[in-house]
Design a protein around this ligand. Structure first.
Ligand code: SF4
Length: 470
């Protein structure tokens, strides 16, 4: 999952200020401001943190100048992600210097990777908290309010925050993330996640289903089940039935046929036919899979410790299309991994052509401190070669996306209305089951966010379908 869990947040969009809602000053006499970076898991964690802070009497604010507590939920996936956080901290310097008592805290993967060193490197920071220690945030805040810098970066083998109801941040009131597990047991050599998020543990199935029921009863129409590798979800309570990922998917799908179910991220070695057949069985389980490939060459995949081969991956894609011919597919690709040759780079391009991805998250290899790759291999592909290969990958993907989206012209899709289009007040925006964004005129019908409509596609770009309601 670490690749990019998102989702929606590429590096340009990182740092989207999360300002859940203005705290009612009558209820909350202290205010927090939170920004989240990186993957969906981090955004989901920020909702857990907001819930913990609310219970401590903190309301939220949209302006960090008004905050008593400023939090950055950080990402450590690439050097650039960390530099973005360091730059952002500088933006708070003036306000902090003019506002005695304001506290600045860093959360997430960069906090876990750097630990107490973060305080030495960034004097502005008062609190450092790792992804498994958010319950201790109130105590750490009290320590920091007392003038003592505070740190808790202990990783846990049990923590899933299952009993904490997330406070939905910046929500459209229609779609929500639901974290089903934490950590990762895979050891992809380029990845920091096993070191920043710890060992894998699956959350109690019943608490997940209850959270989805609660969301549906509150008007939400779509949940995305989140995990670094959802296919290895496995909950086996001491007393009670074991639940694997296919079974969990079915339980959530049975909450209501009007509740769409998505999930992210899958792992090619673990996704099973059971999961694919369960997806095919339920209309409300969306026909879309994010299946990171990373490289199209088996030797490079072995160096990455991805535990599958080029052939295995292509067979998985073939199997997905056999069971769900219309299934949407996206992936993650890394260009220029250690020792990658031109021919091996071309293997990545050919896997993309054969898999015909609707979209991809594409990055050049960024060596991360403490990872297996950093310890074992030399980062020997020159930056200009990495860049040129990445450009070729992006160019190919843009071509594939354009062709895939063009093929949808004339087709009709069921669309869940999520919001008014950013480009036009007269247009709705939503997604089809394949996770493609569709924009269409509102017309005269009395519709609102959360409604399902059918839209016939009349034109397309490489990232958006345009159409008319029918
Ligand atoms: S170790 Fe591999 S599977 Fe796990 S989060 Fe990282 S890239 Fe994803």
């Amino acid at each position: 999952m670490a690749e990019v869990l998102q989702k929606v947040v590429d590096e340009e969009r990182q740092g989207e200020a999360y300002e859940p809602f203005v705290g009612d000053p009558n209820v909350f006499n202290k205010k927090f401001y939170i920004e989240s970076y990186g993957c969906q898991m981090n955004f989901s964690d920020s909702e857990i943190v907001a819930s913990i802070l609310h219970n401590e009497g903190f309301g939220a604010t949209r302006n960090f100048e008004d905050a008593n507590l400023v939090l950055l939920n950080t990402c450590s996936i690439r050097e650039k992600a960390e530099q973005t956080v360091r730059n952002r901290l500088q933006a708070f310097r003036k306000v902090k210097e003019s506002k005695p008592g304001m506290l600045i805290g860093v959360l997430g993967c960069m906090a876990e990777r750097l630990k107490a060193k973060f305080l030495e490197e960034e004097k502005l920071v008062d609190i450092v908290v790792g992804p498994d220690a958010y319950r201790t945030l109130p105590g750490l805040i009290t320590e920091a309010e007392g003038g003592q810098k505070s740190v808790n970066v202990l990783l846990s083998r049990e923590e899933t925050y299952a009993d904490i109801s997330p406070v939905r941040l910046d929500s459209n009131g229609v779609t929500a993330f639901v974290s089903i597990m934490r950590g990762c047991n895979n050891m992809c050599t380029f990845c920091v996640v096993p070191f920043t998020r710890g060992r894998e543990r699956s959350r109690d199935a019943e608490s997940i289903v209850n959270e989805c029921k609660d969301l549906f009863n509150r008007g939400y129409k779509e949940v995305t089940l989140l995990g670094q590798n959802v296919d290895s979800y496995y909950h086996s309570p001491m007393d009670g039935e074991v639940t694997n990922f296919a079974q969990l998917l079915e339980k959530v799908a049975l909450v209501s046929p009007l509740l769409r179910v998505r999930f992210s991220t899958s792992h090619p070695k673990d996704i099973t036919d059971d999961v694919l057949h369960t997806m095919a069985k339920y209309h409300n389980i969306c026909k879309y899979i994010h299946l990171p490939v990373q490289s199209g060459n088996t030797r490079i995949l072995q160096l990455m410790n991805r535990t599958y081969t080029r052939e295995w991956y292509l067979n998985k894609v073939k199997r997905i299309r056999e069971i769900m011919p219309d299934c949407g597919l996206s992936t993650d690709v890394i260009s220029g991994f250690c020792t990658e040759t031109e021919e091996e780079h071309r293997d990545t391009l050919s896997v993309m052509e054969l898999s015909r991805f609707d979209m991809s998250y594409m990055f050049s290899y960024s060596e991360r401190p403490g990872t297996l790759a950093e310890r074992r291999y030399e980062d020997d592909v020159p930056e200009d070669v990495k860049k040129r290969r990445l450009e070729e990958i992006i160019k190919l993907q843009n071509q594939l996306s354009k062709e895939n989206y063009q093929q949808d012209i004339g087709n009709t899709f069921e669309v869940l209305i999520e919001a008014t289009s950013k480009r036009s007040e007269q247009h709705w925006s939503g997604r089809n089951t394949q996770n493609k964004v569709i924009v269409f005129p509102k017309g005269e019908r009395n519709l609102r966010k959360g409604d399902y409509v059918h839209v016939k596609v009349s034109s397309a770009t490489s990232a958006t379908l345009l159409g008319e309601m029918i």
